[in-house]
Design a protein around this ligand. Sequence first.
Ligand code: COA
Ligand code: MG
Length: 290
Amino acid sequence: MRSMLFVPADSEKKLGKGLESGADALILDLEDSVAAANKPAAREMARAFLARHVPTKNRPLLMVRVNALDTGLTDADLDAVVGVRPDAIMLPKAEGGRDVSHLDAKLTAREAVAGIDDQTIKIVVVATETAKAVFSLGTYEGASPRLSGLTWGAEDLSADIGAETNRAPDGRHTEPFRIARSLCLFGAVAAGVQPIDTVFPAFRDTEGLTRECEEARRDGFTGKMAIHPAQVPVINAVFSPTPEAIAEAEAVVAAFAANPSAGVVNINGEMFDRPHLTRAERLLKRAGKR
Ligand code: COA
Ligand code: MG
């Protein structure tokens, strides 16, 4: 997944626009973008939308962001949508692998009742929304076979720690948030799941978004969340492996294939060793080449 577009689930118009956005995934939101009074209506709209679109071909992945486990709203959110088989549930304000195991159990019970195969529905976690959560980023490995991605959030974390802002005047995240970002990346890779970069709220600033996407890709994130359809093409472009990157990766794989016992190879005067091979194989997998 390169791009994941948030769509407030109580907006019929945005649900429709989301489908046409070109996003690899839509995140139907029942949490922060939906006011408390609208939650029941949003659940119904999410359910109807999924019932209509999950069975169709050539659609984006469809996930639902439920309310956090400590809100008392999660069960009603899940009851509304599990039967219509969303591809994944996004869990906000998670504080470690135990929260994922907890959600896994809730999903297992509901899948059984609905006659859906166990572990059909995956889990993506927003893993840095509280200070406590930041200290549990190393606990996601093995939490659930459903876990398929970890992402991070700077907005709720700012509120939790009392930060005046999470970005410096140049638009880049300030130190506490860069730490959360890095730990999310390490935590995702340690757990063997996709590291997904957070949202860029200034949705008219294409230059700023492009820079943030490029920095995320540079560091190892393989996708980014969006809040506005205009952000989707930018994210898709930056996270699609370029023909040059694919050609280089193919050259690395070919060089090691030609020298199966070599730990290190020379390609046009540059050293490539096993970590380069791993990186090349990963890139080709993402590009759909293997
Ligand atoms: N998904 C689908 N469609 C969206 C959209 C989204 N996230 N954001 C905007 N659109 C639609 C608008 O409805 C509008 O449609 P129209 O041309 O038919 O009127 C069009 O795209 C252009 O939108 P624009 O006028 O530029 O912005 P807006 O003022 O309507 O919306 C936000 C701005 C921020 C309110 C909106 O982008 C939004 O709701 N984003 C998602 C917020 C969210 O989910 N946050 C939680 C995660 S952090
Ligand atoms: Mg939030």
